[in-house]
Design a protein around this ligand. Structure first.
Ligand code: AMP
Length: 407
């Protein structure tokens, strides 16, 4: 299958060629023809499935050659995702004459306002900042023909549902509605019932499934030994590693600890300013900082394809978060690995994830890497059931460890 066979017009196809996509991903092949027909659609796509182009390309096709003005609105939960979606759309739209703008918090509103005045056909926006612009009459949604809610489940988690509803009531009655989500919690279903009740559903894989290209591994470790074990894991890693923690404060602290140990690490979380977050992301994307510690919200929009390893320093509190986190690796068909450090108090969360992954993890049943304990008698890790990979030998002797098995 080719992008041309999906019915996209030449200016958009040219943009796609420049980006280097040769054939559509599953979600693109299923969603693009339906969006081109003008249907409302709910896309349940795996993380990294190519959903930005799945909605972006047909929207740009539909708007190409029309009367200029704000006609396409894409609402996203985070600044990072806002910037990344807009960057992708600008590439796809390079030959269409369409202008793509952004609206996200943490930067001067007047800069965004000036950009709107220069022309804005498609706006990628975070809910709060979009409402600010609407209230100041910097923008009107009166001519919007198509609206996208991207990462709807995350918007729910971040408490954006009231803002989403306020935005929707300002949209014209006649419009196309698209919604993308990795999972479909009941609050999101209720939004669907209110705003796109007749939408077609496009589902790739199961509803809550990490890509099959990810190898999952779980290591039992006490809370106090986590840092030690993590450092030992990282010493053997030479690619990009994304480490998740549950709290902002832990994020900053862990970043500093790893930096002090001489590792090329940095951290990203909500307390860092937009500019600082942007710089951290750029350094990670370019491989200058190979190790990035992040909270779920900050990491949500990271669009870096070559992450080799995701580490859950803190075990995620919900299954969906586990899927989102591990989905940062193994993107666009690549192989990836996810390692979770599981403290006794996190064991119940791990059990839920393991049950979910059972039968999905492509492990080969071999022994997982055994990070060496630092001092005598210090226990540093036990592999839990859930995945495995070919083991590395411990660098030094230490306390004996047992592993929890692979699923
Ligand atoms: P997304 O799920 O939109 O974040 O996309 C994940 C990654 O896949 C991004 O880096 C895209 O640039 C890339 N991608 C999207 N569609 C394709 C395609 N058809 N061929 C190759 N890469 C793609």
């Amino acid at each position: 299958m080719t992008f041309a066979s999906l019915g996209l017009c030449e200016p958009i196809l040219k943009g796609v060629r420049d980006v280097g996509y040769t054939e559509p991903t599953d979600i693109q092949a299923h969603a693009i023809p339906k969006i081109l027909q003008g249907l409302d659609l709910i896309g349940l796509g795996q993380t990294g499935s190519g959903k930005t182009a799945a909605f972006g390309l047909p929207i740009l096709h539909r708007l190409t050659g029309g009367e200029p003005g704000l006609r396409g609105l894409i609402v996203v939960p985070t600044r990072e995702l806002c910037v990344q979606v807009a960057e992708n759309l600008r590439l796809y739209a390079a030959y269409s004459g369409l202008k793509v703008c952004t609206a996200f918090g943490g930067v001067d509103m007047s800069i965004q306002e000036s950009a709107f005045k220069r022309g804005c056909d498609v706006l990628v926006a975070c809910p709060g900042r979009l409402i600010d612009h609407l209230e100041r009459r910097n923008l009107t949604l009166a001519k919007v023909q198509v609206v996208v809610l991207d990462e709807s489940d995350r918007m729910l988690d971040m408490g954006f549902m009231p803002q989403i509803r306020r935005i929707f009531v300002r949209l014209p009655q006649e419009r196309q509605n698209l919604m993308f989500s990795a999972t479909m919690p009941k609050e999101v279903e209720s939004l669907v019932g209110d705003f796109l009740p007749n939408a077609e559903r496009v589902q790739i894989g199961s509803r809550s499934q990490a890509p099959a290209t990810i190898h999952h591994r779980f290591v039992a470790v006490s809370v106090v030994d986590k840092h030690d074990l993590l450092e030992r894991l990282l010493v053997n890693e030479h690619g990009k590693v994304l480490i998740f923690v549950n709290k902002k404060i832990g994020c900053e602290k862990l970043g500093n600890i790893l930096k002090r140990s001489g590792l090329p690490a940095d951290s990203i979380h909500g307390d860092k300013g937009a500019e600082q977050r942007h710089m951290v992301l750029q350094a990670f994307s370019r491989g200058k900082t190979r190790i990035l510690i992040a909270t779920d919200v900050a990491a949500r929009g990271i669009d870096v394809d070559d992450i080799d390893l995701v580490v859950n320093h803190d075990f995620p509190l919900a299954l969906e978060d586990y899927i989102h986190r591990s989905g940062r690796t193994g993107r666009a068909g690549r192989q990836g690995r996810a390692i979770s450090l599981v403290a006794p108090s996190e064991r119940h969360l791990y059990e839920a994830v393991r049950r979910h992954l059972k039968g999905e993890a492509p492990g080969d049943g071999g022994p997982p890497p055994r990070p060496a304990a630092r001092g005598r008698g210090r226990s540093s890790g036990t592999a839990l059931r859930g995945g495995s990979s070919r083991g590395r030998r411990p660098r030094s002797g230490g306390a004996s460890r047992s592993m929890l098995a692979a699923s």
